[in-house]
Write a protein that binds this ligand. Structure first.
Ligand code: COA
Length: 184
């Protein structure tokens, strides 16, 4: 199935926020755009599964999550790279914007969930995703963009212009606590 034009899609955020400069450096067989409400069918979860365990919630739950994320204005920016020939997703990444009270009500961009389809790795798609997300973070006024990664991915992020700073710490919730309380 050939590429579905952006004009026929219900997008997470306006496509103009994606840097023309980054788009122009993509191979002509590929297209970069915001996540769309029908991307469940374009292999979104398959691509994410190169990153970690992904359980499939089914399309209606996926769409409900898309709508919940979109209802938070100017907060979540998920972009995808599409293979024009198949209309399938080959790379994905997100930046979400944290609004702070400090530094004169500053904002920080957090890059999350970067994944490139195994067959497409090593072709600069990860680099283009990071460049586009960083540009969105900066365009929306963030004074810095940060991310967590494994030691083996440090060289990749260094190639993208990022530097190691401080440490990450984590505390996983006990299993019974992972279902969100709808009243909170
Ligand atoms: C890590 C990942 C996003 C990189 O994307 P990619 O498209 O394969 O990487 P790119 O082709 O854009 O790489 C850009 C540069 O980083 C280098 N690079 C990429 N991964 C690297 C690694 N693990 N170690 C060292 N260098 C690496 C590339 O060689 C390239 O260098 P060059 O400009 O000198 O040629 C991708 O391999 C992936 O999805 N991995 C599995 C999921 C994952 O780990 N995601 C990151 C979560 S933090």
């Amino acid at each position: 199935m050939p590429l579905t034009p952006d004009s026929q899609l219900d997008l997470l955020f306006p496509a103009e926020l994606i840097s023309d400069d980054v788009r122009s450096q993509l191979h002509p067989d590929l297209h970069m755009r915001p996540l769309a409400s029908t991307d469940y069918k374009r292999g979104h979860l398959n691509v994410l599964s190169v990153l970690t365990i992904v359980s499939d919630p089914g399309e209606p739950a996926w769409v409900a999550q898309f709508n919940a994320i979109r209802a938070l204005p100017k907060t979540y920016y998920t972009i995808v790279i599409i293979d024009r020939a198949t209309d399938m997703i080959v790379a994905v990444g997100t930046v979400f914007i944290e609004r702070k009270f400090l530094r004169g009500l500053a904002s920080v961009g957090h890059i999350e969930d970067i994944a490139v389809d195994k067959r497409q790795q090593g072709k600069k798609l990860g680099l283009r995703i990071i460049q586009a997300l960083t540009a969105i973070s900066e365009k929306t006024g963030c004074y810095k963009t940060i991310l967590n990664c494994s030691n083996e991915n440090i060289p990749f992020y260094e190639k993208c212009g990022y530097k190691t700073k401080e440490n990450e710490m984590a505390k996983y919730a006990p299993e019974r606590a992972v279902t969100p309380n709808p009243r909170l």
